[in-house]
Design a protein around this ligand. Structure first.
Ligand code: MG
Ligand code: ZN
Length: 224
C-alpha cells in the first residue's frame, strides 16, 4: 500500500470512530439525521429554507450548514425562521468530517431536536467517504445538471438512501431526461428512494414533507 493510501485509511478510521459515537448520541436522543449532498447549486439550501418554513412548529428541526467559506447559507436558513442553525466554515476543506460535526453538535440541544439536517459542502466526490453519524445520505440532483451524474459519481449514489431531483419546474428547458437519471441511479442502487420536487412551483413538496415526517419516530401523544 502506498504511503498516501495508508494516511487516507488512518484518517477514515479515525473519522468512523467519531461518527459511531455521534450516531449513538443521536440514537440516545431520538434524533433522525439526514446528510444532504450534491454539487454546488443543486438547491440544498433552498430546499432547507422552504422545509424550515413549512415544518418548523410541527417538528423540532436543527440544521448544521457546511460551507467552504462564508456563513451565507446559515444566514439564509436563519432568515427563513430556522431557530437552531449552526454554521461550519470548513476553511478550504471540500467536505465535512465527523469531528467538525461533533464540534457543531455541541451547540444543538439534542434532547429538544427530532430531526437534524446536515447540509454538506457542495461536492459529489469525497463527502461520500465521510460518515457523519447520519441515518441516511440524501443526494440532490437538479434538472439543470447532467442526467449522467449518478454514472460519474457512483460512490455517492451507491451510499445514498434517497435521491431528490430538484428544480422540476425547469424540466424540458435542458437536455436533462428525468427517466434516464432515475435509471442511471437505480442501476447503481436498486433500493434508492426517489423524490422529485420544485421548491419554486411547489410540485412534489407534499411528498417530500410526508417522506421526512414518515422517517421520524411517532411522538408520544401528550395532548389527549
Ligand atoms: Mg448551500
Ligand atoms: Zn473533500
Amino acid at each position: 500500500m502506498s504511503e498516501k493510501k495508508t494516511v487516507e485509511k488512518k484518517i477514515l478510521s479515525r473519522n468512523d470512530k467519531i461518527a459511531a459515537e455521534l450516531r449513538q448520541r443521536f440514537r440516545d436522543n431520538n434524533v433522525k439525521v439526514l446528510n444532504l449532498l450534491s454539487s454546488p447549486g443543486s438547491g440544498k439550501t433552498s430546499l432547507l429554507e422552504v422545509t424550515i418554513q413549512r415544518l418548523q412548529g410541527e417538528i423540532d428541526l436543527a440544521v448544521i450548514a457546511g460551507d467552504v467559506q462564508t456563513e451565507n447559507d446559515a444566514l439564509r436558513l436563519r432568515n427563513a425562521g430556522g431557530k437552531a442553525v449552526i454554521p461550519i466554515e470548513t476553511r478550504g476543506a471540500c467536505h465535512l468530517d465527523a469531528a467538525m460535526v461533533r464540534n457543531a453538535v455541541e451547540q444543538v440541544q439534542l434532547d429538544q431536536t427530532e430531526l437534524l439536517f446536515i447540509e454538506n459542502v457542495g461536492n459529489l466526490v469525497c463527502p461520500a467517504g465521510f460518515d457523519l453519524g447520519e441515518d441516511m445520505k440524501v443526494v440532490l440532483v437538479s434538472t439543470t445538471e447532467g442526467d449522467d451524474k449518478p454514472l460519474k459519481y457512483p460512490a455517492m449514489f451507491k451510499r445514498a438512501g434517497a435521491m431528490v431531483i430538484t428544480k422540476t419546474d425547469l424540466l424540458g428547458l435542458s437536455d436533462f431526461d428525468i427517466d434516464r437519471a432515475i435509471r442511471n441511479a437505480r442501476a447503481l442502487n436498486q433500493d434508492l428512494q426517489i423524490l422529485k420536487l420544485s421548491c419554486k412551483s411547489g410540485e412534489g413538496m407534499d411528498q417530500w414533507y410526508d417522506w421526512i415526517t414518515g422517517l421520524l419516530p411517532l411522538k408520544p401523544n401528550n395532548e389527549s
